[in-house]
Design a protein around this ligand. Structure first.
Ligand SMILES: C[S@@+](CC[C@H](N)C(=O)[O-])C[C@H]1O[C@@H](n2cnc3c(N)ncnc32)[C@H](O)[C@@H]1O
Length: 194
C-alpha cells in the first residue's frame, strides 16, 4: 500500500469517521487470514463489502480463479474510483452493502458464493447492523460463506458480544480465526457458513 493510499484512507476517516471506522487500512496478513480456507479459485461470484483502498481486495484478486466474477461495493465514491483504477479486473460499484442482493440480481446472479466484509460494524447502530446482516444472508447462496473482521478487545465488550450473537442466530456455523497480532489494531475474523 502506497503512502498516498494511506493518506487517502486517513482523510476519508477524518471526514466520515463512522462510515470509515478505522484510521488505517487492514494488513495483508489479516486479509489472508480472513479468506484462509475459502476456495475462491472455484467460486463463481465473490462480493466484497466496504473495500476501502483495497487491502483485502488485493488478497481476493490474487485468490480468485480466471472465471470468478468479483464485485466490490463501496459507499465512498472517492475510494470506489481509486479501487477501480487499482483493480481493473473487478467491478467496483459505488453503493450501499444493503443493496447487495438487487445488485447481484441486476447482473444475472441468484447469489454469491462468498461475501467478504471490511465494514466497520462496531460504529453502526443496531438497526443498521441488522439490516446489513439481513441483506448479506439473503445475498448468499445456500452453503455460501461470509467473513468479516473484528478488532481484538472490543469483541469481549457488550456490543462485540452482541454482534457475535447476531451472527450465530443467522448462520449455521460461526468460527473465529486466530488473532493477527501484527495488524493495527490486532484483529481476527469471523467465518460464517449459511
Ligand atoms: C474499516 S474500513 C475498511 C476498508 C478496507 N476493507 C480495509 O480493511 O482496509 C470500512 C469501509 O467500509 C465502507 N462502508 C461503510 N459503510 C458502508 C456501506 N453501507 N456499504 C458499503 N461500504 C461501506 C467505508 O467507506 C470504508 O471504505
Amino acid at each position: 500500500m502506497t503512502q498516498a493510499a494511506r493518506l487517502k484512507f486517513l482523510r476519508e476517516f477524518v471526514s466520515k469517521p463512522v462510515q470509515v471506522g478505522a484510521v488505517a487500512p487492514s494488513s495483508r496478513a489479516l486479509a489472508e487470514r480472513m479468506i484462509d480456507g475459502f476456495d475462491l479459485a472455484g467460486a463463481e461470484v465473490v462480493v466484497e463489502l466496504g473495500p476501502g483502498t483495497g487491502s483485502i481486495t488485493a488478497a481476493i484478486v490474487d485468490a480468485v480463479g480466471p472465471d470468478t466474477r468479483t464485485i466490490a461495493i463501496e459507499r465512498s465514491a472517492e475510494f470506489a474510483e481509486h479501487l477501480q483504477a487499482r483493480f481493473p479486473t473487478i467491478e467496483v460499484i459505488t453503493g450501499c452493502a444493503q443493496e447487495t442482493h438487487q445488485l447481484l440480481i441486476d447482473r444475472g446472479f441468484d447469489g454469491a458464493d462468498y461475501i467478504v466484509s471490511g465494514l466497520p460494524w462496531a460504529g453502526f447502530e443496531r438497526e443498521l447492523q441488522e439490516g446489513l446482516l439481513r441483506a448479506i444472508v439473503r445475498s448468499l447462496r445456500p452453503g455460501g460463506w461470509f467473513c468479516t473482521f473484528a478488532y481484538f478487545g472490543p469483541n469481549y465488550m457488550s456490543k462485540g458480544r452482541r454482534f457475535r450473537r447476531m451472527l450465530e442466530s443467522r448462520f449455521r456455523r460461526v468460527e473465529t480465526t486466530p488473532i493477527v497480532w501484527g495488524n493495527f489494531p490486532p484483529a481476527f475474523a469471523y467465518q460464517c457458513t449459511r
